[in-house]
Design a protein around this ligand. Structure first.
Ligand SMILES: Nc1ncnc2c1ncn2[C@@H]1O[C@H](COP(=O)(O)OP(=O)(O)OP(=O)(O)O)[C@@H](O)[C@H]1O
Ligand SMILES: [Mg+2]
Length: 384
């Protein structure tokens, strides 16, 4: 039995604006085969589309699976955009983003990252020096520089407006040579005007796009289907930064709450219960007492940060990340030179697939997908 009738399959294809040839190419079959899926049951040339092919078709075309609801409606949807972010620097936005993207790609999804990260830029420059150019599509995950993507159609207009405000402020202050002061912005506008990619185009080409747009709250809000704000359990400042991020996003959203925003606890490591120290250390030994104190202090610090994290008014994902990543990257980096160490494009999924750290990423990926699916009815949004 098929999950979709031939008539509904044809309607689904039409709703997606696809020719039979394009639909067939999505799942790697001949146009004639696709047409046989659309031929009415009872006709000699009818064939039933396999459930696995239908599932791949739905995933690639951003349609919920199964694509027909219980009450017979066709469910049509688009590419999912994920942001794992916060206002605090250095808390793992980029490595966690790359890890989730790699996990999705290993599941057969078409995945891209759009990045404005400085470390990413350094690696791109390094690769360009070595090989003459940076190969955007040369890895399992495809990488695009945010400068090369027109993220929304009014982006150039907004940048021009920003420039005009800056120039008029500078001229009011009689600043010297404002044009060279804002040359960087002019160059950015020029680059965006000639951007080789558009977000709309990329959403048609990928199943998932992850954004690594440092601190760009406006674009994060505009483009994301899900936002996960990082709460680093080691760092109280990261909790304050998350709180601020939340407030700013709500302001940008005209005071309305943002239902597709979640928080993600990382570096969670309560340090065991310290019992080992109580049992095996010499109570008289000064060093042992110091070590015990360290364990207890660390536990108390993690508890205090966690208690603050719980107060943030953003639902916390059930998945949390521990410090398991640190040992795995440490092991990987041992005996490696600077450029060979764990870098922007690396992932735990590739260097330590059987580790707890990778399984945490898999759980996180599952949960993010679940959260997005929950939003299906609310997801369709315009990038215009
Ligand atoms: N799975 C993970 N969970 C938590 N932290 C991680 C994970 N993987 C890597 N990290 C840590 O994240 C730290 C910070 O990385 P990085 O400085 O690239 O973060 P970032 O938030 O992207 O920084 P920036 O603000 O400069 O873009 C690394 O030192 C690494 O230990
Ligand atoms: Mg980063």
């Amino acid at each position: 039995m098929s999950l979709i009738s031939p008539e509904d399959l044809k309607s689904l294809r039409n709703a997606l604006g696809l020719t039979a040839e394009e639909a067939a190419a999505t799942i790697g079959v001949k146009e004639r085969t696709w047409q046989s899926y659309e031929t009415s049951i009872g006709q000699p040339s009818h064939r039933t589309i396999k459930m696995s092919s239908l599932q791949i078709f739905c995933e690639r075309r951003g349609v919920p699976f199964p694509p027909v609801s219980n009450d017979g409606r066709l469910l049509v949807n688009g590419c999912k955009v994920i942001s794992i972010t916060t206002l605090k620097g250095g808390v793992g936005k980029s490595p966690i983003t790359v890890n989730v993207a790699t996990e999705l790609a290993t599941r057969g999804k078409r995945v891209a990252i759009i990045s404005s990260d400085i470390v990413y830029k350094c690696f791109v420059e390094e690769e360009a020096k070595l090989y003459g150019e940076f190969d955007t599509k040369g890895r399992l995950v495809h990488y695009f520089s945010a400068e090369d993507v027109l993220l929304y159609s009014a982006e150039v207009h907004d940048l021009e407006y920003e420039l005009s405000v800056k120039l008029s402020e500078a001229s009011a202050k009689h600043s010297e040579d404002p044009k060279s002061m804002y040359g960087y912005l002019m160059a950015k506008i020029e680059k965006k005007r000639n951007a080789p990619y558009t977000m709309v185009g990329l959403t048609a080409d990928y199943d998932y796009i992850l954004l690594d747009l440092n601190k760009d709250l406006y674009k994060t809000l505009l483009l994301s289907n899900i936002i996960a704000i990082i709460l680093d359990n080691d760092c109280l400042m990261s909790i304050w930064a998350a709180e601020r991020f939340h407030e700013e996003i709500i302001k940008l959203n005209g005071g309305e709450s943002v239902p597709h925003m979640y928080s993600l606890l990382t570096n969670h490591a309560p340090g065991g219960d310290g019992r080992e120290y109580l049992e095996y250390t010499d109570q008289e030994d000064e060093k042992a007492a110091e070590a015990r104190k360290e364990v207890i202090d660390f536990y108390q610090h993690q508890s205090m940060v966690y208690a603050s994290a719980r107060k943030i008014k953003v639902p916390m994902l059930r998945t949390f990340l521990t410090k398991a990543h640190a040992m795995e990257t440490e092991k990987y980096n041992r005996d490696r030179g600077f450029w060979d160490r764990y870098g922007y494009f690396d992932s735990l999924i590739e260097i330590a697939p059987d580790s707890l750290a990778s399984d945490e990423i898999r759980r996180l990926t599952d949960e993010l997908i679940d959260c997005i699916s929950k939003e299906y009815s609310a997801v369709p949004r315009s990038y215009a």
